[in-house]
Design a protein around this ligand. Structure first.
Ligand SMILES: C[S@@+](CC[C@H](N)C(=O)[O-])C[C@H]1O[C@@H](n2cnc3c(N)ncnc32)[C@H](O)[C@@H]1O
Length: 204
């Protein structure tokens, strides 16, 4: 399983954003949705081994985490508007208010109250990496044995990067800082490059 966790420092945890003006009204949820597309979709299908966590730290209902599992989700479309519509419907749910942990809103789509802590609990046992341009080269860090890559989780930031407390928590969880190269690139490009490195190692 390959997990991608995107930390949206201002990305809204509420459904109150405009589909016609996503970047200005959602705390840049559009960045996180592009990461979800890059993690979950190939040219003609859904990656069944991918799980995406969008950590939403902005807006009135924060913090919440939206989780999409490629092995169970249906009808995930690549265009940003469709993904935003899916997020809007999921965030409108109140299913997480009376529950702890992830609650399915529809097949493969779940919501949880909380932030990184909920993700770490859900991904217990995974080998953790933190995407950081000053980290160790990912190509050197990834173990060669496919079995060692059976459950991997990659944390990354949005355009604001990670706040100090979140960074400290991910470090404390034992995540290994890794770089995909010397140039700081957009978050969805990072997800695409990491996915490609996993594909090249035969991770399915
Ligand atoms: C657009 S960048 C963040 C820019 C932000 N201003 C900063 O300085 O952190 C979004 C995220 O992508 C990841 N990232 C970008 N370039 C990277 C690289 N070359 N290697 C590893 N991670 C990278 C980091 O996790 C970063 O938080």
């Amino acid at each position: 399983m390959r997990r991608f966790i995107v930390i949206g420092r201002k990305a809204t945890a509420s459904e109150e954003f405009l589909l016609d003006d996503l970047p200005s009204t959602s705390g840049r949820l559009d960045i996180l949705l592009r990461c979800a597309r890059a993690a979950l979709l190939t040219s003609h299908g859904l990656r069944r081994d991918a799980v995406v966590y969008l950590v939403l730290l902005g807006g009135p209902r924060a913090p919440r985490v939206l989780r999409i599992r490629g092995d169970a989700a249906k009808f995930i479309r690549p265009d940003e508007r469709s993904l935003a519509t899916l997020a809007k419907k999921t965030l409108a749910s109140r299913a997480d208010e009376a529950a702890s942990g992830f609650v399915d809103v529809k097949p493969g789509i779940a919501i949880a109250r909380g932030g990184v802590e909920e993700v770490l609990a859900d991904a217990a046992g995974a080998t953790l990496f933190l995407l950081d341009e000053s980290g160790e080269d990912l190509r050197a860090a990834l173990p060669l044995a496919v079995d060692d890559l059976a459950d991997v989780a990659f944390f990354l930031g949005d355009h604001h990067g990670l706040d100090a407390a979140t960074r400290a928590r991910i470090d404390a969880a034992g995540a290994r800082p890794v770089s995909i190269g010397p140039v700081l690139v957009h978050a969805d490009d990072v997800v695409a490059i990491v996915s490609n490195e996993l594909d090249r190692r035969g991770v399915r």
